[in-house]
Write a protein that binds this ligand. Structure first.
Ligand SMILES: C[S@@+](CC[C@H](N)C(=O)[O-])C[C@H]1O[C@@H](n2cnc3c(N)ncnc32)[C@H](O)[C@@H]1O
Ligand code: SF4
Length: 344
């Protein structure tokens, strides 16, 4: 399909899908009602299903966190409560979400209630579990580039296994995203990921490495963290490539000035979106996972209640997808226009 007709097709799907209109009106109502103090609606939730992981990537230490994990019934009860209060999209992440045997039950449950769901995975267990999870809307593969980049970042031989897993998803016609952690090692080698967007019909997102887990060894971080100049080189390149038509999952607005865009606390974290830890603790977003705060546990007091009583927090901003979602909830016209019309 030609680029212009593909674009028109996607605009039409977004604008004229009559079935989704009541849902969209409800979303807007909730977004507006959240302006009233005390009102919260979990429209988007990232659920860290487990901290366990079958890998030990150089920039991640999440697997070292020891925690209670909610049982299947506790998770299903949580999902029901979130759905009853407006849940529209959920991301199952981790640790490695495919290590949870009951992940397919969660996917089936949210899909039954019309919630959009995706999982973020390192890809290792996709061949074994694909048939159980094929109802998922999107599988996000963490892939940092060609073998000489990805494997040293994450694990020997991993790149080829991910490509095999992506082939399996393609056979099953499951939509794929890729998420690339940008570091000193790959900030000027992002075209590999962009070429994959064409081959696998993927959307590519990019996330500069951050010390989110607060525990990554200094040696590792010094080798990986980007300078401001490198960050700008990477984002300018992505901006140019997006203009050429590559499917990059961030707005022009964000790509034009990542530092300004992401350098402040989100307004709607904890009010319209949040993250939930394996034990049921509710936090404003993943980036605050190590902030010592008296976060509330939804398993104990209810998840909506935990959002309503979220302690005040400070955040310097981050480069994850959250700031972009936050701007949508702020009804930022530029972002909304871009999401509907792909405006530059
Ligand atoms: C914590 S992982 C969990 C899901 C799964 N285990 C995986 O790796 O895809 C979620 C995403 O965060 C990314 N990530 C991990 N550590 C990071 C860091 N220090 N800075 C930025 N992104 C990071 C991973 O590459 C992955 O795309
Ligand atoms: S980035 Fe994902 S795969 Fe790598 S160690 Fe962290 S949780 Fe595991």
């Amino acid at each position: 399909m030609k680029k212009s007709s593909a674009k028109k097709d996607s605009i039409n799907k977004k604008l004229f899908n009559i079935k989704t209109i009541p849902k969209r009106i409800n979303d807007l109502k909730r977004i507006l009602l959240a302006r009233i103090p005390g009102n919260v609606f979990p429209l988007y939730v990232q659920f860290i299903t487990t901290f366990r992981c079958n890998l030990r990537c150089t920039y991640c230490e999440i697997f070292n966190i020891k925690s209670y994990e909610m049982t299947t019934d506790e998770v299903l009860k949580m999902l029901k409560e979130l759905i009853d209060h407006g849940l529209r999209k959920i991301t199952f992440t981790g640790g490695e979400p495919l290590l949870r045997e009951d992940l397919p039950e969660f996917i089936k449950f949210v899909k039954k209630h019309g919630v959009f769901c995706n999982i973020i995975t390192n890809g290792l267990l996709i061949p074994k579990r694909i048939n159980e999870i094929k109802d998922v809307d999107v599988i996000v593969f963490s892939l940092d580039g060609p073998p000489e980049v990805h494997n040293p970042h994450r694990a020997p031989g991993l790149h080829d296994k991910i490509i095999d897993a992506m082939d399996i998803c393609k056979e099953h016609k499951i939509k794929i995203f890729t998420n690339t952690v940008i570091t000193k090692k790959n900030y000027n080698k992002l075209d590999y990921m962009l070429d994959l967007t064409k081959k696998y019909n993927t959307t590519a997102t990019f996330q500069p490495v951050e010390n989110i887990h607060n525990k990554v060894s200094e040696d590792n971080l010094n080798n990986l963290l980007l300078t401001e100049e490198q960050l700008n080189i990477a984002f300018n390149h992505l901006l140019e490539k997006k203009k050429e038509g590559y499917d990059i999952g961030y707005s022009y607005y964000f790509l034009k000035s990542p530092l300004t865009f992401s350098g402040k606390q989100c307004t709607w974290a904890g009010k319209l979106f949040c993250s939930i830890l394996p034990d049921g603790t509710v936090i404003p977003c993943n980036a605050l996972i190590h902030q010592k705060n008296k976060w509330k546990n939804g398993r104990k007091i209810g998840f909506i209640n935990a959002m309503k009583h979220m302690p005040k927090f400070k955040c310097p901003g981050c480069y994850t997808g959250f700031p972009e979602i936050d701007r949508m909830f702020s009804l930022d016209v530029k972002i909304i226009k871009e999401n509907i019309f792909g405006a530059k």
